[in-house]
Design a protein around this ligand. Structure first.
Ligand SMILES: [Zn+2]
Length: 57
């Protein structure tokens, strides 16, 4: 799994949590994991500055 770099300070971020979310638009609906019944959203936390970033897979 690719690591994210913090957009604020450039430190590699730690994967903090994954959760299942429902698609919010047609583009996301097209990427739904049928086995899971939704999309995975990752939350990453920066150990350097405490920044939190979320992304949907
Ligand atoms: Zn940071």
């Amino acid at each position: 799994m690719a690591r994210l770099r913090c957009p604020k300070c450039g430190t590699e971020m730690n994967l903090h949590a994954e959760k299942l979310v429902h698609p919010e638009n047609a583009a996301e609906a097209g990427r739904v994991d049928v086995a899971l019944g939704g999309l995975l959203q990752e939350t990453h936390a920066c150990p350097g500055c405490g920044n939190i970033e979320s992304r949907r897979l």
